[in-house]
Design a protein around this ligand. Structure first.
Ligand SMILES: Cc1cc2nc3c(=O)[nH]c(=O)nc-3n(C[C@H](O)[C@H](O)[C@H](O)COP(=O)(O)OP(=O)(O)OC[C@H]3O[C@@H](n4cnc5c(N)ncnc54)[C@H](O)[C@@H]3O)c2cc1C
Length: 421
């Protein structure tokens, strides 16, 4: 036990039961805690936020389609029925693997017999963390609100801007990264400008706003089959998005972006390029790889540790020699699997990921869906994307609410969350 003044922050210390601590109430950690509900163990879930966030729909908050509360649910609420689970709101700073406790940033600690690390990922600005200030990325509710406010403010400012060059910069949006996040973001920003804001201004024509999607590689959605990349190129172009492939970003500042061949003055730059593991890997010194993910074995146990597991985005789990992708469905399946296994003492059974298909949305009824040899595009893919995402949403109330709002927007193009706050 560490010396005073450090405090044991376990809400209900119970010496007799196995103590399982889960760090992170995202897709993986929450699934793990739910699978442990009513088991004969004492579970403490620690998260620095009081809510579970449905990140796949963050871009809809960023573009004023949904409100923050539609895609977040208090972790305590989700676990209210699980009497053996306690929730602690705290920022984890490290793990003492010898003393077997988690260290909190307020100086407290939480002892464990078994530990599950599910801290997720963070955006990778590829050694240019200073770009984050000018090019926010949608990762938290606060990021999404920042992006939404900046986008909407740019149109407001452009309306009363008499200077042509400045007005043109205000009506230029650059999205960096041609993966699912970047493509989704560019498509929805274009729809916001072309359809939702059309007719709302007197001096400017929002439909003339430029949306530029920049990708360093030769195609969009590089992880999808080529046929879907080709569709993912055509669909945003049809919405008026200018797609620039094979283009690297060299500099981002408050006024725009320097590309390899030209500079673009833009009031809004949104980052949607690569991710790397969140803090977590560093707590297990020497295990860090290029993406920062923690190498785990087939049971999700951290290599070189005993009774310490990692799952979801923070973990490097190899299946058939390839790392599993950083996806919500991977984290959720791993969480349920590990939680069920930890209900009983002994080593968990090996985990096997079963994909339900990969999907990305580009805009209204434009999406791609890939499952084995099946590649779908357009309305059917959009429907599958919608069903998959609504299904992943936790809480029936939220599912109904989000579906009603989607159907309404589908027919009206209206966006109910056009708030600058
Ligand atoms: C914009 C965007 C769009 C996406 N779209 C899709 C999609 O369409 N389909 C899909 O399958 N996946 C998508 N993903 C990926 C998906 O969200 C992640 O794969 C998933 O969230 C990973 O789950 P996780 O449990 O590993 O981590 P997370 O869900 O990120 O949860 C991590 C939790 O750990 C907490 N935490 C982190 N560090 C600490 C600390 N030091 N102390 C305390 N708490 C901590 C965080 O607060 C968070 O609650 C998207 C992600 C983003 C950002």
């Amino acid at each position: 036990m560490p010396p005073a003044p450090y405090l044991d922050r376990t809400p209900r210390p119970d010496g007799n039961k196995r103590r399982i601590v889960i760090i992170g109430g995202g897709f993986g950690g929450l699934a793990c805690a739910r699978a442990l509900a009513s088991a004969d163990v004492h579970v403490t879930l620690i998260d620095r936020r009081n809510h579970h966030l449905f990140q796949p729909l963050l871009y809809q908050v960023s573009t004023a389609a949904l409100s923050p509360a539609d895609i977040a649910v208090p972790i305590r609420r989700v676990l209210a029925h699980a009497q053996n689970v306690d929730v602690v709101l705290a920022d984890v700073q490290g793990v003492d693997t010898l003393l077997r406790h988690v260290q909190l940033s307020d100086g407290g600690y939480v002892p464990f017999d078994q530990l599950v690390v599910a801290t997720g990922s963070a955006y990778n600005y590829f050694a240019h963390s200073e770009w984050a200030a000018s090019a926010p990325a949608p990762k938290t509710i606060s990021d999404a609100r920042t992006i939404r406010a900046r986008l909407l403010k740019a149109f407001e400012e452009a309306e009363s801007c008499a200077e042509t060059v400045r007005r043109s910069a205000l009506l230029t949006m650059v999205v960096v990264g041609g993966g699912p996040t970047g493509v989704e973001m560019a498509g929805t920003v274009a729809e916001l400008a072309r359809y939702t804001l059309r007719g709302d201004f007197r001096r400017i024509d929002p439909t003339k706003a430029r949306v530029i999607l920049v990708e360093a590689g030769p195609r969009l959605l590089g992880a999808f089959p080529e046929v879907l990349s080709a569709y993912a190129y055509r669909a945003p172009v049809r919405l008026g998005v200018e797609v620039r492939l094979n283009t690297t970003v060299q500099q981002i500042d408050a006024k725009g972006v320097q590309l390899a061949d030209k500079r673009i003055e833009a009031a809004n730059v949104i980052w949607g390029a690569g991710v790397r593991a969140a803090a977590g890997a560093a707590w297990f010194g020497g295990t860090e790889n290029r993406t920062g993910r923690i190498p785990v074995d087939g049971n999700m146990a951290i290599i070189g540790q005993t009774n310490i597991y990692a799952l979801g985005d923070v973990a490097l789990f190899l299946q058939n020699g390839k790392p599993l992708p950083a996806l919500a469905q991977v984290a959720q399946q791993q969480g349920y699997h590990l939680g069920r296994a930890l209900r009983h003492p002994g080593a968990p059974a090996p985990f096997q990921y079963r994909s339900n298909g990969d999907t990305a949305v580009i805009g209204r009824h434009a999406a791609v869906y890939s499952f084995g040899h099946l590649n779908l595009t357009g309305r059917v893919a959009w429907l599958l994307w919608a069903v998959a995402h609504v299904y992943l949403l936790i809480g029936f109330q939220k599912r109904t609410l989000v579906m009603v709002q989607w159907v309404w927007r589908y027919f009206t193009f209206e966006r109910g969350a056009r708030l600058i706050d």
